[in-house]
Design a protein around this ligand. Structure first.
Ligand code: GLV
Ligand code: MN
Length: 227
C-alpha cells in the first residue's frame, strides 16, 4: 500500500495550490459592479493593474460603448501583411476596466493576408470567423504546430502565451472577431519583437541564434523599423 502523506504536508500543498489559483485564473475578480477607467489619471502616478475608477455619478452609457469594430480596416494600401487588427480593449472602451475581457476585429486581404505570428502575454484568445476562410495555428511549448482551416461561422482557440497566426486562404476578404480573457491582452509580434525592438537586439547575436549571417539579419531588420 502506498504510504500516507502526513497531514501537515497535505495542508501545505493545499495552501500552495490556493495561492497559485489566482495565477492561472486570469484577471482578478472585481469588488464592485463597475470601475470605468478614468483616463485622466494617466497624468497622475503610474498605474498598476488597470486604471483607477471614475466616480459613479460621472459614468454614462457611452463609457460602455465602442463603435470601432463596425468598419473594415484598410488592408491594402501600404500594408505589407495584408491584415489589420482593430482592438476594443480598455484603452478604447473605459467600461472594460476590471472586467477581464476585451475583443478585436481582424480584417484580411484575400489569398495570403496574414496576421503574423504573435503572442498575447495576458490572454487566451477565441476567434470567430465572420467572413472568408483562414488557415490558423499555434505552436505549443513542445514545439508542435497545431494548425487547421477555419471557415465562416467557425471558431478556434489560441491558448494564452503561445505563438499563433491566421492566414487568409480564400478568394474573398476575410473578417474575424476575437474575444480575450483580459481587458488588455497585449500583443507581441514575434518578428517585430526580435527585429524591430528599440534599442535593437545585437545583429551578431541574432545571426547566431538564427544560424545565419549578419547581412540577412540586417536585411530583415530594415523591414521592421522600431515603432
Ligand atoms: C488575432 O490573433 C488577434 O490577436 O487579434
Ligand atoms: Mn492573437
Amino acid at each position: 500500500m502506498a504510504p500516507k502523506l502526513p497531514a501537515v504536508l497535505l495542508a501545505a500543498c493545499a495552501f500552495l495550490l490556493a495561492l497559485a489559483a489566482p495565477l492561472v485564473a486570469g484577471e482578478p475578480d472585481m469588488l464592485q459592479d463597475i470601475c470605468v477607467a478614468d483616463y485622466k489619471s494617466l497624468k497622475g502616478p503610474l498605474r498598476v493593474n488597470g486604471f483607477p475608477c471614475k466616480r459613479e455619478m460621472n459614468v454614462t452609457a457611452d463609457d460602455f460603448f465602442f463603435g470601432g469594430l463596425a468598419k473594415a480596416a484598410d488592408v491594402y494600401s501600404g500594408n505589407p501583411m495584408g491584415s489589420a487588427v482593430t482592438t476594443a480593449d480598455v484603452e478604447k472602451l473605459p467600461g472594460l476596466n476590471t472586467l477581464g475581457v476585451s475583443m478585436a476585429r481582424v480584417d484580411y486581404a484575400p489569398w495570403g493576408g496574414v496576421n503574423p505570428p504573435h503572442v498575447h502575454p495576458r490572454a487566451t484568445e477565441i476567434l470567430f470567423v465572420v467572413e472568408g476562410t483562414l488557415e490558423v495555428g499555434f505552436v505549443t511549448s513542445a514545439n508542435r504546430l497545431l494548425r487547421r482551416t477555419v471557415s465562416k461561422g467557425e471558431v478556434f482557440v489560441f491558448p494564452r502565451g503561445l505563438v499563433h497566426f491566421q492566414w487568409s486562404v480564400g478568394e474573398a476578404p476575410a473578417v474575424a472577431i476575437s474575444a480575450f480573457d483580459s481587458q488588455l491582452p497585449g500583443t507581441l509580434p514575434v518578428a517585430g519583437a526580435l527585429f524591430g525592438a528599440s534599442p535593437a537586439l545585437p545583429t551578431d547575436m541574432l545571426a547566431r541564434a538564427f544560424q545565419t549571417d549578419g547581412g540577412v539579419v540586417e536585411n530583415i531588420k530594415s523591414k521592421f523599423p522600431p515603432m
